[in-house]
Design a protein around this ligand. Structure first.
Ligand code: BV8
Length: 252
């Protein structure tokens, strides 16, 4: 396993027929001005993210949780995608949906704003709201409200909640994620500390495939070594907005 970022080959090359699974975290939006969790932790009303981003936190103080998400909506409305988002959109356009799969842990809209057309938000989306009652038939809807003088309620009478996967809840579309993990040749994580599961465990699925004799490659791209660095073939250190443009070389 080469961890020599300075000696890493210049490109991540994709030969004809090879497919890629890209997992992104808060680090890819950092250069757009969106706080990562590592620096957001404890900044939100002196609460840890794990405290306000849980069903228990919402049940205990829904007004605090709506303030937390309202602040993030307001901030996200002021930012633009950065060259890293655009580089992934260009790669998607070059490879097409069969060979390129983008799964993000981020709840912001910057991948779409940067031109990505198929984005799997495994932890939900900041600009969508849903009814907190799982029995209510009303579907999640686009919502840019960020100031809540009174708690928002569904027509059914139940509180509305952010359409976000909180700690202790099951991420969305895990079956589709697993299928693409099983089918991809190259796995790249961009800007994630590797602290949150199951996302931080995806790279190990690739290692299991290699132990079964499959030829797979894994690369981490980010500012610092992630907690799961040892599971990657390569760790490339640097800002995503600088490293991503020109990182991929598609052959044929
Ligand atoms: C689940 C929505 C069961 C909220 C989020 C004990 C041990 C292990 C696991 C657990 C445990 N106890 C509980 C668990 C499970 C728990 C978990 O992992 N907890 C952690 C805290 C220990 N996980 C869950 O509860 C998940 N659900 O497990 O259900 C299950 C699962 C599968 C199947 C069946 C049952 C649900 C987790 C989802 C929680 N919701 N987001 C919101 O956004 O408000 S997670 C949230 O935190 C983000 O979405 C993101 O995923 C995560 C933060 O991670 P990162 O994205 O990595 O961000 P971070 O700030 O940490 O790192 C940024 C990185 O970027 C850094 O490395 C930095 O160096 C780098 N960077 C900075 N600038 C740049 C850069 N890189 C490049 N360029 C730059 N410019």
């Amino acid at each position: 396993m080469s961890h020599q970022p300075a000696l890493a080959t210049p490109h991540i090359s994709l030969t004809p027929g090879e497919s890629i699974f890209v997992l992104t975290g808060a680090g890819i939006s950092a250069e757009s001005g969106i706080r990562t969790f590592r620096d957001a932790n404890g900044l939100w009303e002196e609460h840890r993210v794990e405290d306000v981003a849980t069903p228990e936190g919402f049940a205990a103080d829904p007004a605090l949780v709506w303030r937390f998400y309202g602040q993030r909506r307001a901030q996200a409305l002021t930012v633009q995608p950065n060259p890293a988002h655009r580089a992934l959109a260009a790669l998607e356009a070059r490879l097409g949906p069969e060979r390129f799969f983008l799964c993000t842990q981020n709840v912001d809209h910057l991948h779409e704003a940067g031109g990505s057309t198929e984005v799997l938000h495994m932890h939900g989306e900041l600009f969508r709201t849903r009814c907190s009652d799982p029995r209510c038939p009303k579907l999640p809807f686009h919502d840019e409200r960020h100031d809540f003088p009174t708690l928002p309620r569904c027509e059914c009478g139940a509180l509305q909640r952010p359409h976000i996967v909180w700690f202790g809840e099951i991420p969305f579309e895990m079956h589709r994620i697993k299928r693409r993990l099983q089918a991809s040749h190259v796995f790249v994580t961009i800007g994630s500390s590797g602290a949150v599961y199951p996302a931080a465990g995806f790279v190990r699925e690739m290692l299991y495939r290699r132990e079964n004799g499959e030829r797979v490659r894994t690369v981490y791209v980010g500012l610092e070594r992630p907690e799961n660095a040892d599971a990657f073939d390569e760790v490339r250190l640097g800002p995503a907005g600088v490293l991503l443009p020109g990182l991929f070389a598609v052959e044929g």
